[in-house]
Write a protein that binds this ligand. Structure first.
Ligand code: SAM
Ligand code: SF4
Length: 329
């Protein structure tokens, strides 16, 4: 029987949501993330299926009910569906989501659903095949868009599309994106480009504040929805003529960190208290035997006391984050 834990920090925020990176390897080369493709940064291996199970069980015992599998590209792991199956069958875990670049999604969507995944975020930064190719290094827009439909057909409860806002590259595509969601029950999230240790010049060239899109949406009659209890930092919009919704993720906005409800664990088992904080805190040595669960939980609860109230991105401080593939956005 678990002790009564609930992950909470000194600022009264609760953390029912874990983002778990299962690899930092990626097969795409997004210009803002891994422009030269994946390069090995560490010699140690990624968490094994059993380590992941113990970690997820410990978090479930501390009130975590949602887990997102991310990366790198999580689906490059051969045992990705096994991970999903194991994590989604843990008592207390009510929703397992994943974020993917959509690689081979048409042929794999059903397998992922059958493994217990219920929410999917697919990254599509442009609906123009040429620009998609330019941004990701892959001429696969058609496959990825097809994958979104296959995810809907497979029965996923939530299908979201992530688009990073890029000045001069996709900021003129709002009309096309809106057409895309007119008759699809998907949520399109516009994410403001974040500065990382590796992308400063890129950031200076392509960053646009999310307020630009918010204004355009409001001019077109999109209405901001009331924030649901426990919702994360995205601001949601709806429009009566559209089946889909829009979410805006603006990490540079004043109150972004107030609604933080997630913790992150890297593919090597390091707990990151903030996407842009200092280094991670290794938990891997506490995932070696089932009997270590309580010790792992106590360590997490202790570390929560040093979680800071905000990130310091506004001042250009990206912490240790060289790119988001190293932890999952
Ligand atoms: N490979 C998967 C994918 O691309 O969906 C999952 C990992 S990726 C790091 C997660 C999300 O972070 C993607 O939607 C990606 O577009 C976003 N992302 C990566 N680098 C970013 C940056 N510098 N600023 C904002 N979003 C970023
Ligand atoms: Fe890979 Fe995702 Fe980074 Fe693109 S954003 S390079 S798909 S990890």
């Amino acid at each position: 029987m678990d002790k009564e834990y609930a992950i909470e920090d000194r600022f009264g925020r609760r953390f029912p949501y874990l983002r778990l990176s299962v690899t930092d390897v990626c097969n795409f080369r997004c210009t803002y993330c891994l422009p030269d493709g994946h390069k090995k940064t560490r010699e140690d291996s990624f968490l094994t299926l059993q380590e992941i199970r113990r970690l997820a069980e410990a978090f479930a015992g501390m009130g975590t009910w949602k887990i997102r599998l991310t990366g790198g590209e999580p689906t490059v792991r051969k045992d990705f569906s096994d991970i999903a199956r194991v994590v989604s069958s843990i008592p207390g875990i009510r929703k397992v989501a994943f974020t993917t670049n959509g690689y081979k999604l048409p042929e794999r969507a059903k397998e992922y659903y059958d493994a217990g995944l219920r929410a999917i975020n697919v990254s599509i930064d442009s609906l123009d095949p040429r620009k998609f190719h330019e941004i990701t290094g892959h001429n696969r827009l058609e496959e990825v868009v097809d994958g979104v439909q296959c995810a809907l057909d497979a029965g996923f409860d939530k299908v979201k599309i992530n688009a990073v806002l890029l000045k001069g590259l996709n900021d003129g595509e709002l009309g096309g994106f809106l057409d895309f969601i007119a008759n699809r029950p998907v949520s399109l999230r516009f994410i403001e480009l974040m500065q990382t240790g590796d992308n400063l010049a890129y950031f200076r060239k392509y960053h646009i504040p999310a307020t630009v899109i918010r204004k355009k949406l409001e001019q077109r009659g999109w209405q901001e929805l009331e924030r649901e209890e426990g919702a994360g930092p995205a601001v949601e919009y709806a429009h009566p003529d559209y089946q889909g919704r829009i979410g805006i993720i603006a990490p540079y906005s004043k109150d972004f960190c107030k609604t933080c409800n997630r913790l992150r664990v890297s593919a090597w088992g390091d707990l990151h208290l903030c996407l842009f904080g200092a280094g991670g805190h290794s938990l891997r040595h506490l995932m070696q035997e089932d009997g270590q669960k309580e010790e792992l939980q106590e360590t997490v609860m202790r570390l929560m006391q040093i979680k800071k109230s905000t990130h310091f991105l506004q001042t250009g401080d990206t912490g240790v984050r060289t790119n988001l593939a190293s932890i999952g956005g």
